[in-house]
Design a protein around this ligand. Structure first.
Ligand code: 4NP
Length: 161
């Protein structure tokens, strides 16, 4: 069977993209597609490299039965554009940074996760929850669960065709 790969990208790789990583990997596993869809996440910034996800991110995810505790932050690098079929930014600022890198590296063209895969959300970016309250982490999960469901459907179709 064909296979594909997805890289989720935010700024620090400690809040939004590890959430997408954990949620989408869980859905992939539930669909029995772990061997066909490789999932990873990274940050455009390097401040948190090597760190586990933010404790508030882990707690909000755990409430919905996602375990993010094994994830560690890393920074996007040039090789990622050739390793991953889909590179999905959480917001426009990170998309712009990825597009700047892509002009140098070639490879996969970066996209915007909610714009490309969210349905009926009314927003195209996952807001940065880092400096906000606990509600922000739940909202991140709501947005990411929606777009992840549609991303999985899309990949199931492309893997079959
Ligand atoms: P993330 O959130 O990009 O969703 O991981 C942030 C994490 C850390 C910082 C900003 C955003 N920071 O400024 O350190």
């Amino acid at each position: 069977m064909a296979s594909t790969s997805v890289l989720f990208v935010c700024l620090g790789n400690i809040c939004r993209s590890p959430t997408a990583h954990g949620v989408f990997a869980h859905m992939v596993e539930q669909a029995g597609l772990t061997g066909q869809i490789q999932v990873d996440s990274a940050g455009t910034g390097d401040w948190h490299v090597g760190s586990a996800p933010d404790p508030r991110t882990c707690a909000a995810a755990r409430e919905r039965s996602y375990d993010l505790s094994m994830l560690r932050a890393r920074q996007v690098d040039a090789a990622d554009f050739h390793r991953f079929d889909l590179i999905l930014a959480m917001d426009n600022q990170n998309l712009a940074n990825l597009q700047r890198m892509h002009r140098q590296t070639g490879g996969s063209t970066p996209g915007l996760f909610l714009r490309d895969f969210g349905h009926g959300l009314g927003v195209t970016e996952v807001p940065d929850p880092y400096y906000g309250g606990a509600d922000g982490f739940d909202q991140v999960l709501d947005l990411i669960e929606n777009a992840s469901r549609h991303l999985l459907k899309h990949l199931q179709q492309t893997l079959r065709s």
